[in-house]
Write a protein that binds this ligand. Structure first.
Ligand code: ZN
Length: 512
């Protein structure tokens, strides 16, 4: 289950949603027009001297799932598929495929015992703008526009905002408020699917199922509730891991002059496609591994390079030898540089990832206006990330355990508990505080995704800025000891030779 960090709700509390007036006729809903074509090539490329390679697609991931035990050879590795298949089939999550046309059903939710001070017509109109409207309708962009542009045209989120309200099945004020559980949101979801939609619209909900031909297939649904975000357990923004279901408040849109702000919706929909939070989720965490500079961190800007690889929107240039390489801004081109010797060809490995940031396109709004806790840098720069997205085996101690025990990394032969059939396979690390586990000590002391800072001026628990990115004449050295997995024999020196708003030239020297 995922939480949205509360960067945008701060604004909501300061500004007042109750001052909202009806949207003006000059800003009526206009449907976002999807890009005509995919603007990024899937053709394989390679440097003439072989110093870098860009494959046509990611490799399939292979791991033992304990379901095939050969009498002679023991466990046999199985092909688990590429990123989407692995995340959807082996991690316990139920996610949407992030390519092609995806349907989302958006349902306004109200409460019998709580009066929200806005008329239903304006409510539905503003939610429609935030999910499917044009840029003119929005402070930033709609969910549909964001995902269409961030994916370079590969993903088209379509669907519907219901014009009728689902009235929540439980009271939410007084003593009743103490009894509210997140499971109640799932009950509402199931009721909408089995009864409410058919009763109100007199047609089948099947067109919104992940697989419209399968009546058992889940529906991708987003509840926008008519209540402030004032209870971190229940009235908060979250997305369920085992159900494609998000829940967040109308107030996060902070609508002004008929223009909503869709940042929170965009962040939550990221979880529906399997993305993780990059901010530390424990309140006591002092370190911000990605410096708040991302949609899955502080809900700002375009998705980052690792996210775009997970979503299969782009593939990196894999550096194999010393080279000089020119990359364009990630936001408009998908260009990425991946550094690791013997990379396994999937997103599920440990490696360094370089992307070129510019304060343009989907980054423009948050580099200019921003929010109270995060503002994107105002200058172009290179972001260098350490990724540790290795998969691990996990199991529950008992059927009722809520936590999982780590058994070892999938790429290491002999890991996992041989007595467990169909072990839970998931990305071993996240960006929260390391926690000691029983089976393999301190395995979480590695972050999933960490921004390498350019030296100075960054309090650990704060937003990274211009000076933390890498600019002309800056260098960074990757040594074997920077990696968690040993040995890996990776030594590279990175020099930023030039950078403008349109491209950067980076020299990478292999030093071993
Ligand atoms: Zn989140």
């Amino acid at each position: 289950m995922n939480f949205k960090r509360n960067c945008f709700s701060i604004i909501t509390l300061l500004g007042s949603v109750f001052l909202i007036t009806a949207c003006g006729k000059s800003n009526d809903f206009v449907q976002y027009k999807y890009l005509d074509e995919v603007t990024i090539s899937d053709k394989p490329e390679a440097a003439k001297d072989g110093s870098w390679v860009k494959e046509a697609q990611f490799e399939s991931y292979w791991a033992s799932t304990k379901t095939i035990i050969d009498p002679v050879f023991g466990e046999l590795k199985q092909e688990l598929g590429t990123t989407y298949e692995v995340l959807n089939n082996y991690t316990g999550s139920k996610i949407l495929n992030s390519e092609g046309e995806r349907k989302l059903l958006v349902v306004p939710v109200d409460f019998a015992d709580y009066q929200f001070d806005i008329n239903h017509e304006d409510y539905v109109e503003n939610v429609r703008k935030a999910f499917f409207g044009s840029a003119k309708n929005n402070k930033y962009v709609s969910v549909a526009e964001y995902y269409n542009r961030s994916s370079y045209g590969k993903l088209r989120i379509k669907g519907k905002v219901c014009d009728k309200f689902f009235t929540f099945q439980k009271n939410v004020t007084g003593e009743a408020a103490k009894e509210l559980r997140r499971e109640d949101v799932k009950e509402a979801y199931n009721y909408v699917i089995t009864d409410w939609y058919q009763a109100n619209y007199h047609k089948s909900i099947d067109e919104f199922r992940l697989d419209p031909m399968d009546p058992e297939s889940p529906v991708a649904m987003y509840f926008v509730y008519a209540h402030p975000t004032d209870n971190a357990n229940f009235f908060w923004a979250y997305t369920f891991e085992d159900t494609p279901l998000s829940w967040s408040s109308y107030t996060t849109m902070d609508t002004f002059n008929g223009e909503p702000d869709a940042h929170t919706f965009i962040h939550e929909v990221g979880h529906m496609f399997g993305l993780k939070d990059y901010y530390p989720t424990e309140d006591t965490d002092a370190v911000e591994p990605t410096g708040r500079l991302d949609m899955m961190d502080c809900s700002v800007g375009d998705h980052t390079g690792f996210s775009k690889m997970v979503l299969n929107w782009t593939r990196p240039y894999h550096v194999k030898n010393s080279t000089k390489i020119k990359i364009r801004p990630l936001v408009s081109s998908g260009d990425l540089i991946l550094i690791k010797n013997n990379w396994n060809g999937t997103v599920f490995d440990e490696y360094y990832l370089l992307e070129m940031y510019v304060p343009l396109g989907l980054n423009f709004f948050d580099s200019n206006i921003g929010n109270s806790k995060a503002k994107l840098p105002s200058l172009p720069g290179i972001k260098i990330y350490h990724v540790d997205a290795r998969l691990g085996y996990f199991h529950k101690e008992t059927a009722h355990s809520t936590s999982l025990t780590f058994d070892g990394y999938c790429n290491v032969t002999g890991n996992g508990d041989p007595n467990v059939l169909n072990p839970n396979i998931r990305i071993a690390h996240d960006n929260s505080t390391p926690q000691t586990v029983t089976e393999v000590k301190d395995y979480r002391s590695n972050y999933l995704y960490e921004l390498e800072l350019n030296h100075v001026g960054h309090p650990e628990a704060a937003c990274a800025t211009n000076i933390n990115l890498f600019h002309k004449d800056d260098s960074f050295t990757i040594k074997e000891e920077n990696f968690n997995e040993q040995p890996n024999n990776t030594f590279f020196k990175i020099d930023i030779k030039s950078i403008s708003y349109t491209s950067a030239t980076i020299e990478i020297i292999k030093t071993n």
